[in-house]
Write a protein that binds this ligand. Sequence first.
Ligand code: F6R
Length: 628
Amino acid sequence: MCGIVGYLGPLNPKDVIVGGLKKLEYRGYDSAGVAILDGGLVKRVRAEGKLRNLEAKLAHESFDGHLGIGHTRWATHGVPSERNAHPHQVGGVSLVHNGIIENYLEIKEALLKRGANITSDTDSELVAHLVAEQVKIQKDLLKAVQVVLKELRGAFSILVIWDQQPDRLVAFKDGPPLVIGLGEKQTFVVSDVQAALNYTKKFMYLEDREIALVQGTGVQVFSSAGAPLQKPVVELNWNADQVEKKGYSHYMLKEIYEQPHAVSSAMAPHIDATNQTVRLSKVGFGGAGVTHLESLDAAKDWEQTQKIFASVNRVTIVACGTSYYAGLVGKYLIEALAKIPVEVDVASEFRYRKPVLLKDTLVITVSQSGETADTLAAIRLAKENGLQTLSICNVRNSSIDREAHGHLYMNSGPEVGVASTKAFVSTLAIFNLVATAFGQARGQLSLGQAREQVQALLAVPSQMEVVLAYDKYFADAAEDFKSFKGFLYMGRGVSYPIALEGALKLKELAYLHAEGYAAGEMKHGPLALIDERMAIVMVAPSDDLFEKTVSNLEEAKARGGKIISIGTGENERLKSISERYLGIPKAHWSTNPLLEVVPLQLMAFHLADSLGHDVDQPRNLAKSVTVE
Ligand code: F6R
């Protein structure tokens, strides 16, 4: 959480840094600030609240220097306020920080004993004090950081500048990402490539406890012990204009509408067009490393992937939030198609609950950002225990992607709305492919059955377009939601995780209480909640479980609950029980979830928007959760 941008180069740093922070505002929006060279000193401007407040202040400011740092904050230590906003300045040192310094109490005590004047409630300011003390001794910013880094514990990425060395910027990290963008005679240091894509597509990824010195037009990277390192440069194929709203009122709405394309892009590399079956492309289990995937021999790589799928005896899927719900769908698919036991775990529980990790387990992590701290810790734990790991990520070269043995990509393009949408459906497409490949590798699916799966998946983008065409209808349905005090989202089988995801979308966007339940669980408690002010949002496709789901609906209706149901086609039975009925096209059981989620996303979007909420940046949230 928190977005940071540093710049050294010929352009106007104010414009570059504020432009970059705009792209990173999804990471936090409690306050923002910049520190930029001006007249040989570093001038700082900060504002509480969203970036637009900082922009208003900066409208009257100019800077004559070419070096600066900026920050947009998601508060951890200290309330959102200007006093706690970054950059923190101590003496001539200015510093921005993303993350948490875990030993901050110890550091604070020691600093106070040494007479430090601490002016904020943050852990970040303490690091600025440490650097300020060290530059006095070392007379050099890089050397000062080398000393300070030894004292820090926690999860952090930090940029620091010093007015006595106005030609350099020092960056270091342990945990949250820092990426160095290499432009023409200019360098960017950012939390996410999106902040520098307007200027360069060449990036260098800093690893934990490495220190980068940006000076003049070059970058040198050192280990924490001071040894110079050779770092690979990665060229990205994302475009800056993919990060624009392109005429939509909100990023989230644009991203919902991009879902048919996202699903196509997720599956395209992995479908063997001749056989109409699955052939996972360049997964890289052989150990080539994420930067060398392109150069792999596709046939050998596929053989290796199939070997691993055939040899493991269980799968554990680990993720957080929406990605966790995608993992739950993955469980239903893999168990049904490959007949192999699958566990799904929330990463924050998995990492601490001392899981029994048997060697014949494949651990699959799901993460849009590839930077979620708990998921990253989970993959490390799996590797420490000698397990094979496979990551499903959207952001290539992200920390989780770099850690994993095998790599699959959502290919959704940049997702900017804080609430995840297109990455979710891309992941469901990937799980369909993985389950099919697993099923074939283990002899559980015939070629004919695998083809049936692929054909079902290929039909999804156009089926999704049909669902999207009913957007106006979902907006009307969302109006009904205003009269309810609470919401129970329900589904059975593979639609159960979709109920969970629908409830999460409503909570995070509309700030209304919603619970997701397996429909069969109603009698075990939730029925007591039902009265005429409780809405039941039931996901009830025409599958094997339809009759059972309808019985659950009848029970809820008999107790006064108001029913909003999502079913297949023109389902008269559901229509007769429901206050609102929303039909989706007839699809395969395994691809129903990709269609069912769309009305749920759109209803949450429209409701939140009509309530006047900031849909792209819901309160208290941030997109990339890089602290636990
Ligand atoms: C909800 C949402 C979050 C994320 C979660 C994991 O709409 O976006 O629940 O799914 O924070 O993030 P990633 O997938 O980046 O690991």
